[in-house]
Design a protein. Structure first.
Lengths: 345, 331
């Protein structure tokens, strides 16, 4: 069972013992077959969602920007699998996967991307502004670094109201360049807030390779500067991600303060649909990276745990569910134009 | 019971009342706790309500305001103090892109009820980066209320409403008002946002202002009275929402308008008010409405230089004379 081999490496903060900071070495706790299947279902849903909606976009059926999270499914699902239902997540412009992993309804996500009245934000948000408060998906901030400050605030609310809840911010490697990234990590650190910062280092901030913009290749080591643990995790391995996120969430929940997790992954698609990718990376690089597919890793890791045919069955069900969500969106009415002026101040 | 207190005491009392009546309220900022606030606006509050509710934090405006939004979205009612209004520029993303928009963008799933308290203005010779009057910036961003009280009683009445509404409020205090005194009743009734007040009745011209400019307009009115000019003074109290009806009603008997603010005249909120008055009250105007705002240079240090560029009671009086055709208009 090779998924039991953790790929998480901990970069301990000064003054913290390995034990405090560590998510190293412990075997992932696979609670049940049902949980395994759920992890796969969510990862495959994200993949299928991105593929299907990308096609619809290319066919001119959708408008507006579209940032595919393909290739990063293990990060979204691994993190959210480690959370409780009432924990909250903030997200970025590349947030479809986070919303799905946190349990938001596919039909209402689709409807929002189609700008329909049945969408989560009734057509006012779109792809970069999905929110489902009912699922603790407290919003995307496509302002780079914004997700961190919102999660820090949510964690502060939990701390003030003495609720044992955790706020997780997904961010990209580009966020590390923003001043607010450093401000919020420091704030969460000094106040020991129940926050987890997950940087999805997918190698690119739009067209900039991460190493062009930061000399230090390991974002997690920045944590030391704030006196908090930093963890580098293989973002292709859903179990490694879940383990690291679980340790960080436990630490946050029990008053240990925040953790910075860097999930190393790869952005399969351009920054957005229609991005001039050829200007900054070779097709071959992408093809090579795609050989390490988080879904394949899951299949390999669980081949002796899940009977043959089960995953194929899930795939079929998910495909139908995504098609149904798209149908729901397409058949939903557009918003009443008068709702544009609701809440004017 | 009627008491006399200072403006800054009113700010302190208003926050204390909010903290004691609502568990969701907390304050974030710099120098608030042991120090009591650089203008004493939070003196004694940490002692009374605890350091967890009167929170000192690093000098980091963007994360301070951004964390305020995040906490508000999860059900808290933060008061975020931006020590000088100039520093709000460091936190604009949190206000403009997040606080003002989350409710709308989320289809009303998220709300960001928070009061952003700040103080600014000239008169203490802090130089260009500690003396600005920037409330006009925020009128341009839908989703934010903008409140600017001129008396201790209004501070308390407007704050009570500001901390209760379900949207973010920018609460602007003019530094020069902090030591001014005024009477308050106990308790002060909440004042709805969007309701101005007539501070002086007059017949010939309406002067509209907020905050410190209201007092200056009253001084100008006394000057002009000696010249035989009768000035009506309106205190808008809030810029968003805007009590346009009160201005139009006043105009219906004075037929002349001057809008006064210490903010730079160019691009200031007076232009917005004048434009709306022209659109809706053109027939009432006997002469072009004028603005009395500061000249387009940064606020300088030396008092002789500041006096040359800053809008004050002399400028307001001169604009009134110009509006009435007593003297010719000059920029």
């Amino acid at each position: 069972m090779n998924h039991r081999t953790s790929t998480a490496q901990t970069v301990p903060a000064p003054g913290l013992s390995d034990q405090d900071a560590s998510s190293r070495g412990a075997a992932p706790d696979v609670r049940s077959d049902a949980e395994l299947r759920e992890i796969f279902r969510l990862m495959y849903t994200i993949r299928r969602f991105e593929v299907t909606l990308e096609r619809a976009h290319l066919e001119g059926d959708l408008y507006g920007p579209f940032h595919s999270s393909m290739g990063q499914e293990a990060v979204s699902v691994g993190v959210c699998a480690a959370l409780r239902l009432d924990d909250v997540v903030t997200s970025t412009h590349r947030g479809h996967g986070h919303a799905i992993a946190k349990g938001a309804d596919l039909g209402r996500i689709c409807a929002e991307l189609w700008g329909r009245s049945t969408g989560y934000c009734r057509g006012k948000g779109g792809s970069m502004h999905i929110v489902s408060m009912d699922h603790g998906f407290v919003g995307q901030s496509p302002i780079i670094g914004g997700s961190g400050m919102l999660a820090t605030g949510a964690a502060l609310a939990f701390d003030l109201s003495r609720e044992a809840r955790v706020a997780v911010a997904f961010m990209g490697d580009g966020a590390v360049g923003q001043g607010v990234f450093h401000e919020t990590l420091n704030l969460a650190a000094i106040w020991k807030l129940p926050a987890v910062f997950v940087v999805e280092n997918n190698g690119y901030a739009h067209s900039f390779r991460a190493e062009q913009m930061q000399l230090n290749p390991d974002i997690a080591t920045r944590a030391a500067g704030f006196g908090i643990p930093g963890v580098v995790v293989d973002g292709i391995d859903v179990f490694a991600v879940r383990e690291a996120a679980g340790a960080a969430a436990d630490r946050a929940r029990t008053g240990g303060g925040p953790t910075l997790i860097e999930a190393k992954c790869y952005r399969w698609r351009g920054h957005n649909l229609g991005d001039a990718e050829h200007l900054y990376r070779a097709r071959q690089e992408v093809q090579e990276a795609r050989r390490d597919d988080p879904l394949d890793r899951f299949r390999a890791a669980t081949s002796d745990l899940i009977p043959p045919g089960v995953l194929e069955e899930i795939e079929k069900r998910v495909a139908a569910e995504v098609d149904g969500a798209v149908r729901f969106a397409r058949q939903s009415p557009p918003p009443d134009p008068r709702t544009a002026l609701e809440g004017s101040l | 019971m009627i008491r006399e207190i200072t403006f800054v005491e009113a700010v302190r009392e208003a926050q204390a009342e909010a903290l004691s009546s609502d568990d969701r309220v907390f304050i974030m900022g710099q120098e608030l706790g042991e120090y009591g606030g650089v203008f004493r606006a939070t003196e004694g509050l940490a002692e009374r309500f605890g350091a967890h509710r009167v929170r000192d934090m690093p000098i980091a405006e963007q994360s301070m305001l951004g964390a305020g939004v995040g906490a508000a979205v999860m059900g808290m009612r933060p008061i975020v103090e931006v020590m000088f209004m100039d520093f709000i520029a460091c936190g604009m993303d949190a206000i403009v892109n997040h606080a003002a928009k989350v409710r709308y963008m989320s289809g009303d799933q998220m709300r960001a009820p928070m009061v952003i308290r700040t103080q600014g203005g000239s008169g203490t010779h802090h130089g260009s980066q500690h003396s600005q009057t920037l409330e006009s910036w925020f009128l341009h961003v839908p989703g934010l209320a903008v409140v600017a009280p001129s008396t201790p009683s209004d501070v308390k009445g407007l704050f009570k409403t500001s901390i209760q509404v379900d949207h973010p409020v920018l609460f602007v205090e003019h530094r020069a008002l902090y030591r001014t005194r005024g009477t308050v009743s106990d308790p002060v009734a909440p004042i709805p946002l969007g309701k101005g007040a007539i501070r002086r009745r007059g017949e010939d011209v309406t002067v509209v202002g907020i905050g410190k400019s209201v007092g200056q307009a009253l001084v100008a009115a006394r000057l002009l009275e000696e010249e035989g000019v009768s000035v009506e003074v309106i205190d808008l109290r809030t810029l968003v929402p805007l009590d346009l009806d009160l201005v139009l009603k006043s105009l219906a008997h004075t037929h002349h308008l001057v809008v006064a603010h210490e903010a730079v005249e160019r691009g200031g909120w007076a232009g917005e008010l004048v434009s709306r008055v022209v659109a809706e009250g053109f027939d009432e105007l006997d002469a072009p409405p004028l603005r009395a705002g500061s000249k387009p240079v940064p606020v300088p240090f030396a008092k002789e230089l500041e006096a040359e560029m800053i809008a004050d009671e002399r400028l307001i009086a001169e604009r009134v004379r110009q509006a009435l055709g007593i003297v010719e208009y000059a920029r």
